[in-house]
Design a protein around this ligand. Structure first.
Ligand SMILES: Cc1cc2nc3c(=O)[nH]c(=O)nc-3n(C[C@H](O)[C@H](O)[C@H](O)COP(=O)(O)OP(=O)(O)OC[C@H]3O[C@@H](n4cnc5c(N)ncnc54)[C@H](O)[C@@H]3O)c2cc1C
Length: 430
């Protein structure tokens, strides 16, 4: 489907009168960039509040300001798009280049059905076209992850911020602490003041008090828990292995499995494989056991190698399959003499060593606080219209981004949820 640019499609605008005015003004070169003075000449403007100017609220604002009929007030203690700065390791992994929407949504442990509807209305390829329209070219990496051509979150943020530099956008550097609905209008309270709006978009992310605001308006919140996070392990001996990495590990927790690299850090394990498994078992009770297959070789292949290398020392032989520091630690924990030849290894010792490589069991006692990249849980999707992102409980109230009960794996999936939600919501308001 061809990208419909929100500001190039006048039929998206709300009424005939506006359209006529817009076209007349456009011919004279006026307010194409959202000149509020010009827009103010029109009646029935829409007062819109955007709560949270991160990825989703920021983009929704960018799209809404293109319609000078809107007056947008963005609330956030942080400057617009600040939350994009650390993404993708400073490179901003915008999305993932997979055209098959059914395949795409497999990357969301929560929200995939809802997103099937959202992404079939506004997909990753349409998002990339939109970014290009906004002046941000993108490229696809070998692993299908999509980045801005600048490879810089900072430059991406600078460009996006420029789109908000127009007169129908007002940035209010305050957080919203309370929201209520009175006579069809939304009243927003900050520590300093009180404001009235026709339309409210709640885009406050997954780690803040936005859930409280949703509750104040009667929405149900699915318990927020950390996802894509490091896992705290009980085995103190492994704390010494801090800094050790393993490639292409297979991890299993209960009925879930994941693959990828892992890193032993002080007191915890982390890395893409751990993030993925932590996401899959985000709601499993603690403590739980995690089983790691640290080698690509199977148990049989390791046995075969030992058989063919009888005079090698145990330590040397096993160090073929894992870093020596790891093997030394396993030998030490289990009081196995590493200087013996493999031919002399006892059956039980061999079993311990092979298990440590092919099925290492660690006990997870916690999810590392504040290490999470996203939050699972949030506003109940049954209460949101997936075509428009509007609340089913209140007209003119919208929820977008991570505040929803949606979370994906790493790879650009979480930002794609923000971009598509922002587009659908802005399109519906416009
Ligand atoms: C280190 C890191 C790297 C990441 N990298 C990637 C990546 O490369 N690709 C990817 O897809 N995802 C990535 N993510 C996840 C992604 O950044 C988030 O999913 C996304 O930013 C969520 O967007 P959002 O608009 O819902 O919320 P946010 O971007 O978190 O923005 C919410 C905004 O709301 C504001 N706010 C909160 N409460 C209030 C209030 N009461 N009143 C007013 N304002 C409020 C906050 O200050 C914040 O600015 C990363 C996350 C982290 C932490």
């Amino acid at each position: 489907m061809e990208q419909e640019s929100i500001y190039k499609s006048p039929r998206k605008f709300r009424n005939k009168k506006y359209l006529q005015n817009f076209e007349a003004a456009a011919l004279k070169g006026e307010h194409l960039n959202g000149d509020y003075e010009a827009a103010a000449k029109f009646d029935s403007e829409l007062n819109i509040a955007v709560i949270g100017l991160g990825a989703s609220g920021g983009l929704a604002s960018v799209l809404l300001v293109k319609n000078p009929y809107n007056k947008i007030f963005g609330f956030d203690e942080k400057p617009p798009f600040s939350t994009l700065l650390p993404t993708g390791g400073g490179r901003c992994n915008l999305t993932y280049a997979e055209d098959d929407v059914k395949e795409f949504v497999k990357n969301y442990p929560r929200g995939n059905k809802f997103l099937l509807s959202v992404f079939s209305r506004f997909s990753q390829s349409q998002t990339r076209k939109l970014f290009e329209d906004l002046g941000i070219k993108t490229y696809v990496q070998k692993d299908k992850r999509v980045f801005p051509s600048s490879d810089s979150s900072k430059k991406t943020v600078e460009i996006l911020r420029k789109h908000l530099g127009c007169q129908n956008f007002k940035y209010i550097k305050e957080n919203v602490i309370k929201i209520e609905k009175l006579n069809g209008k939304f009243i927003l309270h900050t520590k300093k003041s009180k404001y009235e709006f026709d339309v409210v978009i709640i885009a406050s992310g997954g780690k803040n008090d936005g859930f409280e605001l949703a509750k104040q308006l009667g929405h149900n919140i699915i318990k927020p828990v950390p996802s894509l996070c490091a896992l705290d392990i009980e085995e103190k001996n492994f704390y010494k292995l801090s800094g050790l990495t393993f490639k292409n590990v297979e991890a299993k927790v209960n009925k879930y499995s994941a693959e990828g690299d892992i890193l032993f850090a002080h007191k915890f394990i982390t890395g893409p494989c751990i993030f993925k498994i932590s996401s899959l078992c985000a709601y499993d009770d603690l403590p739980f056991e995690i089983t790691l297959k640290l080698t690509k070789e199977s148990r049989e292949e390791i046995e075969e190698y030992l058989k063919n290398n009888p005079v090698k020392t145990i330590k040397k032989a096993f160090s073929r399959f894992a870093p020596e520091a790891f093997i030394s630690e396993i030998l030490k924990i289990n009081s196995i003499e590493g200087t013996k030849q493999t031919a002399q290894i006892k059956k039980a010792e061999k079993e311990i060593l092979i298990n440590s490589l092919t099925a290492l069991k660690l006990h997870v006692k916690g999810r590392i606080k504040d290490s999470e990249i996203v939050t699972a849980g949030g506003v109940d999707l049954n209460e949101i219209n997936s075509k428009t992102m509007e609340s089913k409980l209140h007209n003119n109230l919208y929820f977008i981004g991570e505040i929803l009960n949606i979370d994906g794996f790493t790879g650009g999936f979480n930002l794609q949820n923000c971009w598509s939600g922002a587009y659908l919501c802005a399109k519906n308001i416009n």
